[in-house]
Write a protein that binds this ligand. Sequence first.
Ligand code: MRU
Length: 363
Amino acid sequence: MNVSGRPTRTIWPTADGTAVEIIDQTRLPHAFITVRLASLAAAAHAIQAMLVRGAPLIGATAAWGMWLALRTDASDAGLAHAHATLLVTRPTAVNLRWALDRVRAHVAPLAPPARAAAARALAVVLCDEDVALNRGIAAAGLPLIRALAARKPAGARVNLLTHCNAGWLCAVDVGTATAPIYAAHDAGIPIHVWVDETRPRNQGASLTAWELLNHGVPHTVIADNAGGHLMQHGEVDLVIVGTDRTTSTGDVCNKIGTYLKALAAHDNGVPFYVAAPSPSIDWTLRDGLREIPIEERTAREVSHLTGRLPDGSVATIALLPEGSPAANPAFDVTPARLVTGLITERGVCPASAAGLRTVFPAG
Ligand code: MRU
């Protein structure tokens, strides 16, 4: 996507070939800052501290991290250490394990001196693949929005609702849930997006709003609690969210609060779709509620807020009475029965084992 008119991805190799560069997403929307990652430790820190975040981008960063690690130690032990170090950075998004396993399988049969270059080449391929998958989701999801527009009076906008950031910042480019949204906007379909702020880290308010504003997509940020009310009043035509891990049976794990939106959508007959690129599908799991590890993040994300002060400086403030504890489960699971459909790169399918098999027969 474009930032200040320049095509920009979320991660790219530096021109001098010695590192990769990322957008520090903890600084958005108040500052656009890029950071060089030149070591395994830097890549692991970027994922853990959420300089990069979002399931596909976590996977892409991990792949680049394997390259950075293998440059200094390409032995079998070095390979195992890099894989293990990156794997524990975030527990929920399955793309992390998917990318690490792919790089390890690719380089392990090679002699150690050849491993770093092979890992680098594969990281480039994985990033390009991610963009292609998201373009597939755009093509598969666009007809859903087009059909809704066709049922509206001429010129009336389609109202979409999204949660967290499943935009281009969560991926290498284009995004997952936003892929059909950008495609619809670019095709001239009048749309408007309700953006859940997504407490506690506010990825909707900070990142999705910034993206949509940059691309000129009409949108309104709402408090997380407002979605159900808007649905009751016919203000939401379609919900599209992303996923960090979807089971082989169609249960969807996504940012905390997604489940409540699915319940409200179900109660109000609003279609609830999940953009699910294949690397986000965990074919080894059948029961999302019991089997998906839910990341518990620091209580400080709940007890404090960061924002811009009137003088332009960015500051962090405390919200709670001193001494009140806070809990911070970062993801929840929406059972498949509440999901209208999965938008994959191969087409839209029911959220069920049989539905997924129609588009991924080999699993
Ligand atoms: O904690 P994050 O920001 O890494 O959470 C991931 C997400 O952005 C969302 O859950 C998103 O909807 C899925 S990523 C495609």
